[in-house]
Write a new protein. Structure first.
Lengths: 215, 307
């Protein structure tokens, strides 16, 4: 079996938002919508104050609550673990948006662009009218993952078949790969470090691991 | 109060959901009351005309709620796709039950045949229960996913149905029966119990601070106008005080209005998202890891995780 997951090393992330920009470029998300974003969180009290950069997106859960509530069957889980939305089936009821504890889903009811109603040439190229008024979210760049099956290349190793955010990360904080393969870069990294998954107590089995220390 | 500029760190905080607005809330408000009214009409033993009026009102309420939702969804012309996921989706189940409600309810309205009226009542109860489960299935909204939200939504729906029935009975028959009043009183007490139980459970298990502020802030108003005053009005009617039907009507009205106020607050004002959390603040350089952080949450020391 294959189960694609992502690991994010919080010790390495510098909050540069390059992954956010790369995702926007690759997926042509509308203004104000970020499938991938990096939060800047301050914790503690003076003088022991800490600053953490927390990249977030769809967690491609093993037990996705969005899939459970979806009344149309538009949200499905693939055999390789990716949670997918069929834009042709979705009715935009927003039930999945409410079910996601990671704030990963968005519905944009009217198409709009950076400078009004007319898209820039770059926006026109990526504009997909099927994504208007339906639920959308990070896909783990599934087109690239699908290409890997055809070309025989390995996601997480070969950039052409690796999610755009992972490719763009300047500090090497993000890794992607098959956690069911003990030899994958993600499996080895998680074996060497201490990590957690966000809101795991809700039973969602998220597919993103946050590394916080060496083991 | 001055508005503070929004910072990127604010995205980690629980925030009020904006995807379900008043139209979605209207479905829970009107649909739940309508479903329960159908049940009450089936068991109250009213006369033919009062039963027919109650059934019609119940169907209209459910129809209004579903119409509001239809106007809310992003792709309304694909609405029939809602029937594609019966296996796990409570929204699909609600839609299936709605067909049964209108089929049985339409025939019951025309014939007032007791078995059909009873079947309509059962379908109404199933509709109410489906709505409660739709809310509870949303893991992203702590105020909704708490297990005690299901009995609360069912209890308030039943109380609203009884409230409507009391109004119908007071307007259409000379005297509302003692059983109607006793039932209304029991449902008022039941809703008060489940409301307090829900609030206590949410506080004990941990919730976003903003949610507790909204719900605690409305507690006294809800108890007074939704429970104490209607109960006094029912007692006045039971004691045969002058203007008996007026007491019944006012009790029914207050129970319905307070139930709608409760559901409006739960769906719109207390519908805060989960927010994000750091189970461990990472080690930087040669330092040590920091403690966990869950911005915007109030967590009791002995709170159980992941309710």
């Amino acid at each position: 079996m294959t189960r694609y997951v992502m690991s994010i090393d919080l010790r390495r992330c510098v909050g540069c938002q390059t992954c956010t920009a790369a995702c926007k470029g690759a997926n042509a998300t509308p203004p104000g919508v970020q499938w991938r974003r990096v939060l800047d969180i301050e914790t503690g009290e003076f003088p022991d104050v800490r600053r953490t950069f927390l990249p977030g997106a769809c967690m491609h859960c093993g037990n996705p609550p969005c899939e459970e509530v979806c009344p149309t069957g538009a949200t499905t889980q693939r055999a390789d673990g990716l949670v997918n939305i069929n834009y042709h089936l979705c009715i935009g009821c927003a039930n999945c948006v409410m079910a996601c504890p990671y704030d990963a889903r968005t519905i944009v009811h009217k198409s709009h662009f950076s400078y009004g109603n007319q898209p820039l040439p770059s926006e026109a190229m990526g504009f997909d009218p099927e994504r208007v008024a339906v639920s959308m979210k990070c896909t783990f760049c599934k087109d690239r993952i699908d290409e890997a099956r055809i070309t025989g290349r390995t996601p997480g190793i070969h950039p052409e078949v690796t999610p755009a955010c992972v490719n763009s990360c300047i500090s090497g904080a993000m890794e992607f790969g098959d956690i069911d393969d003990p030899g994958s870069n993600v499996s080895r990294l998680l074996g060497e470090t201490q990590h957690y998954r966000m809101h795991e107590e809700l039973g969602t089995e998220p597919g993103v691991y946050y590394i916080w220390d060496k083991s | 109060m001055k508005n503070r500029a929004k910072r990127i760190s604010d995205l980690a905080l629980p925030r009020q959901q904006r995807n379900w607005d008043g139209r979605a809330a209207a479905n829970f408000i009107a649909g739940g009351a309508g479903g329960a009214l159908l049940l009450m009409a089936a068991v109250a033993g009213l006369g033919t005309e009062a039963t027919r009026t109650a059934i019609l009102l119940g169907l209209v309420l459910i129809g209004c709620g579903l119409t509001c939702v239809w106007f809310e969804i992003g792709r309304p012309w694909r609405a029939l796709n809602v029937y594609r996921h019966f296996a796990t989706s409570w929204m699909t189940r609600e839609a299936v039950v709605a067909v049964a409600v209108f089929a049985a309810g339409g025939l019951a309205f025309l014939t007032v045949w007791p078995p059909l009226v009873f079947l309509t009542g059962l379908a109404g109860l199933a509709f109410l229960y489906s709505q409660a489960r739709i809310l509870a299935a949303n893991k992203g909204i702590p105020a909704w996913r708490h297990p005690r939200s299901v009995p609360l939504m069912v209890a308030t729906g039943l109380a609203e149905g009884a409230g409507f029935l009391a109004c119908v009975a007071s307007l259409s028959s000379p005297l509302a029966g003692v059983w109607v009043l006793a039932g209304l009183m029991a449902l008022i007490a039941g809703r008060a119990f489940f409301w307090k139980s829900y609030l206590a459970g949410l506080t004990a298990d941990g919730a976003p601070i903003a949610v507790l502020k909204v719900l605690s802030g409305m507690d006294s108003k809800l108890m007074l106008f939704g429970h104490v005053l209607p109960a006094l009005a029912v007692m006045a009617a039971l004691a045969e005080m002058p203007g008996r039907n007026g007491w019944v009507l006012s009790a029914g009205f207050m129970v319905v209005a307070s139930g709608w106020f409760l559901k409006h607050a739960l769906v719109l004002r207390a519908g805060f998202t989960q927010g994000l959390a750091l189970l461990h603040v990472p080690v930087r350089g040669g330092g040590t890891a920091g403690p966990a952080a869950k911005p915007g949450w109030k967590i009791m020391p002995d709170a159980k995780a992941g309710y």
